[in-house]
Design a protein around this ligand. Structure first.
Ligand SMILES: Cc1cc2nc3c(=O)[nH]c(=O)nc-3n(C[C@H](O)[C@H](O)[C@H](O)COP(=O)(O)OP(=O)(O)OC[C@H]3O[C@@H](n4cnc5c(N)ncnc54)[C@H](O)[C@@H]3O)c2cc1C
Length: 428
């Protein structure tokens, strides 16, 4: 019997999974595989661990959840560590798989792996990550509007978010090697000390993603006030906190969009409910930017034409990382990131602007630190936002933040700065 190999990437779910669906349509049996890709386990050129402890912990939880779910419906998840281009052909041969099914990625390293796999195997790709399917826009990708407002205008007018479908009730697989999910320590990481000042505990997996939707939409109806609270910095509910689950693909952006529509029908429709969809479009905007500009989003000059050079002083950048710049808003945010793996959107904009425009340092060092630390690191959102903040992206305006004014506006009573600069973590 020829089988389909389902290669999981940043799509760690079974519902609304186009590649899984296609594999099941074409094959009686499926072989689900995840590879802990060694290229993301080492250090980067700045000396940062590419996948820091918070994201690794979250990822392992996602894998655990996915494996359990697959086992419940008759299958399993093979987990390997190494290079997917070496591992997938071996597994394909072992289980007689003719085709690999996977989600499409849009950035340099991810595409390099795809090309390497294509040398040995036939691969079918599916757009599982963007909310708007790239075939459903009215412009060719190379003519995508450069400015978000125009992109949004076109997409909102002419494109629809596709319907979603639920998890299969059964996935048939041959008897698969039962590879356990490694622990954080087996992956070479120290155990994480939880910080009670964190916005919330994040736990990976589709089950937890839907619990968060349940909480934010249906139990607390916080969605109704999202637009007013979204610039907050303390606590679980000032914003949706969907980003870690979206980044790992535990839930699709399409599913969240349709859940907002349901909420609009059943609870209320207002500017806040619209604004969550609006923010999800920003996420798409950066995915489309990566599709259009390729590796440029990693260049010093970003998507601009004129070459740019940047200063890099390791000591200055280290002070920024440690939250020791002397600017309280920046320092509080940077401490939060280092101690928890999360930072609010307001914080991210301020610290990015400060690194680039105030400390005059290479934005790529900041992006790399974010990549290492963020639980919700998503290559296109991270690099897209960083080039934007550095003035080498799609923004026509110069976005320099006055951090003192920002602190007065968004942390009037100093509660956020006090939390991270004056209070200690209370160990339970
Ligand atoms: C320098 C910088 C780096 C960033 N790096 C990342 C990253 O690696 N991963 C990531 O998911 N987001 C990144 N963001 C965007 C944004 O800060 C986070 O998505 C948001 O803070 C996550 O919290 P939330 O889920 O509660 O967001 P909400 O405010 O509840 O928004 C809902 C969702 O919309 C999307 N979204 C919101 N704002 C943006 C934005 N500016 N760009 C892209 N998508 C957005 C996210 O998927 C988010 O989960 C970055 C922003 C900046 C300024």
């Amino acid at each position: 019997m020829n089988r389909g190999l389902l290669w999981f990437r940043t799509d760690l779910r079974l519902s609304d999974h186009l590649a899984l669906q296609a594999a099941m349509d074409n094959h009686a049996e499926i072989v689900p595989v995840y590879v802990l890709d060694e290229q993301w386990l080492g250090e980067d050129e700045w000396g940062f661990q590419r996948t820091g402890p918070y994201r690794m912990k979250f990822l392992l939880e996602c894998l655990h959840d996915l494996k359990e779910h697959l086992k419940e419906i008759g299958s399993n998840l093979i987990i390997k560590k190494g290079n997917p281009a070496d591992i997938l052909p071996q597994i394909a041969e072992q289980y007689n798989c003719t085709t690999v099914y996977c989600s499409k990625e849009y950035t340099y390293e991810e595409i390099k792996v795809e090309k390497a796999i294509e040398e040995d195997l036939s691969v079918e790709y599916f757009h599982n990550s963007p909310m708007i399917h790239p075939e459903d826009v009215t412009f060719p990708i190379e003519k995508m509007p450069e400015v978000f407002t125009r992109f949004r205008g076109k997409v909102e007018k002419y494109s629809e978010v596709r319907d979603i479908f639920s998890s299969p009730e059964k996935v048939n697989s041959p008897s698969l090697e039962d590879t356990p999910v490694p622990s954080l320590t087996q992956m070479g990481y120290e155990p994480i000390e939880e910080d009670n000042r964190a916005v919330m505990p994040f736990k990976g997996g589709a089950l937890e993603a839907w619990k968060r939707v349940e909480h934010y939409f249906w139990n607390t109806e916080k969605l109704s006030v999202y637009k007013e609270t979204r610039n907050g910095m303390i606590g679980a509910d000032y914003s949706s906190k969907f980003s870690p689950w979206l980044a790992h693909g535990c839930i699709s952006a399409r599913a969240i969009y349709h859940e907002v529509e349901k909420y609009e029908e059943e609870v209320e429709k207002n500017k806040s409910t619209y604004w969550l969809k609006f923010e999800l479009l920003w996420r798409d905007f950066f995915k489309f930017t990566a599709m259009r500009y390729g590796s440029k989003i990693f260049f010093p000059e970003g998507i601009k034409e004129e070459p740019r050079t940047w200063k890099y002083n390791p000591k200055t950048v280290r002070k920024w990382i440690e939250g020791e710049t002397g600017d309280e808003l920046v320092d509080a945010n940077m401490k939060e990131l280092k101690l928890t793996g999360f930072m609010s959107n307001r914080g991210r904009q301020n610290v990015a602007s400060y690194l680039v425009h105030r400390l005059n340092q290479d934005w790529r060092a900041g992006a790399a630190w974010f990549e290492s630390m963020l639980i919700d690191y998503d290559v296109t959102s991270n690099y897209g936002n960083w080039i934007y903040a550095a003035g080498v992206g799609n923004d026509p305006r110069d976005r320099v933040f006055n951090t003192k004014r920002q602190a007065d506006m968004y942390d009037k009573d100093g509660a956020f700065r006090n939390l991270w600069l004056k209070h200690a973590n209370v160990k339970s």
